[in-house]
Design a binder for this molecule. Structure first.
Ligand SMILES: CC(C)(COP(=O)(O)OP(=O)(O)OC[C@H]1O[C@@H](n2cnc3c(N)ncnc32)[C@H](O)[C@@H]1OP(=O)(O)O)[C@@H](O)C(=O)NCCC(=O)NCCS
Length: 165
């Protein structure tokens, strides 16, 4: 399936907020407390997205559209690790469940080709498999992160090529 990939704009933020909230629920139900997940609702995420899309500079977000509907997104920007400030980090990528396994994640990852590394929750096995396919493999770095007070182990994945195949 060929989605239309374009830069996210201010008029997208409500749809993106709703999708991003769904992403949190999909990924972290069972890990995060229900009250934390409830906080990450569409309204909160819409507010965050209105900041993301106006941040400018090296902070970039793309959306994937199918028949005019946003079904996925990706965001990247300056590396947040000490010593990685000159690299580009892939912060998040998401495709709505009804549209997965149709190549849209790859289209988004290709749009994010300047990104050369990402951190991922180690128990997110499907995403680890996806990233591996996108040529992001684990380096030796692990960290014990905290997500809204809940501890989780994260792995750092580094892309072995600079541009999409
Ligand atoms: C990870 C994610 C973005 C993949 O999106 P997608 O549109 O399904 O990815 P694609 O269809 O482009 O998949 C490309 C390849 O990656 C691999 N892959 C994708 N999803 C996979 C899965 N669930 N299990 C194993 N391999 C997978 C496959 O090799 C796939 O090719 P194939 O379908 O021909 O076998 C999507 O599943 C998602 O949004 N997950 C929830 C959010 C998330 O975990 N994000 C990452 C952390 S921010």
């Amino acid at each position: 399936m060929n989605a239309n990939i374009r830069r996210a704009v201010a008029s997208d933020v409500e749809r993106l907020g709703a999708l991003h909230s769904a992403c949190w629920t999909e990924l972290y139900t069972g890990l995060l407390a229900p009250e934390v997940l409830a906080e990450l609702n569409a309204e909160t995420m819409t507010h965050l997205w209105s900041k993301f899309v106006t941040r400018g500079g090296d902070y970039v977000q793309f959306v994937a559209e199918v028949d005019g509907e946003i079904v996925g997104f990706v965001g990247y920007g300056p590396g947040r690790d000490t010593g990685y400030e000159d690299l580009i980090e892939l912060y998040f990528i998401y495709v709505a469940p009804a549209f997965t396994r149709r190549g849209i994640g790859k289209q988004l990852a290709d749009a994010a080709w300047p990104a050369s590394y990402a951190w991922l929750w180690d128990r997110n096995r499907p995403a680890v498999a996806f990233y591996r396919k996108m040529r992001f493999g684990p380096d030796s770095q692990r960290r014990r992160g905290t997500l809204f007070g809940t501890e989780l182990l994260e792995v750092r994945l580094v892309r072995d090529v600079a541009e999409p195949a």
